[in-house]
Design a binder for this molecule. Structure first.
Ligand code: FES
Length: 110
C-alpha cells in the first residue's frame, strides 16, 4: 500500500463517563471516523491521497472531536459527522476548513 499524501488522525479516546475532562469518544468520534473513511472512499481519495485513522488522545480534549492532519500539522476541533464533506472537499483541493481549525488559543486549552 503506498504512503498517502495525508493522514487524518481522529481521536477516538473514550474516558469513563464521569471523567471531568470528557473525551472525543463521548462526542461522536467513532461516527466522525466512519464518515471520513466512507467519504474518502466514495470520492476515490482513500488509495493515494488520504487515510483516516483512529488515534488515542491527542491532548486537545477540550476541543474534541479532535482531528490532526499530517503532514500539514494542524488540528480540526469540535468536528461532527456533518463537517466531513467540507473537510474532504478541502482535502481534495489542498485547503482547510478555516472555521474548524484550532487556533493557538484553542490549542493552549489542551
Ligand atoms: S480525548 Fe480526544 S484529544 Fe483527548
Amino acid at each position: 500500500m503506498p504512503q498517502r499524501e495525508r493522514y487524518l488522525f481522529v481521536c477516538t479516546n473514550r474516558r469513563p463517563d464521569d471523567h471531568p475532562k470528557g473525551s472525543c469518544g463521548h462526542r461522536g468520534a467513532d461516527e466522525v471516523l466512519r464518515e471520513l473513511k466512507g467519504e474518502l472512499a466514495r470520492r476515490g481519495l482513500a488509495e493515494a491521497q488520504a487515510r483516516a485513522c483512529a488515534s488515542g488522545c491527542l491532548d486537545q480534549c477540550a476541543s474534541g472531536v479532535a482531528v490532526l492532519v499530517e503532514p500539514d500539522h494542524f488540528f480540526y476541533g469540535h468536528v461532527t459527522p456533518a463537517d466531513v464533506p467540507a473537510i474532504v472537499d478541502a482535502l481534495a483541493s489542498g485547503g482547510r476548513v478555516a472555521s474548524l481549525v484550532l487556533s493557538d488559543a484553542d490549542l493552549a486549552k489542551g
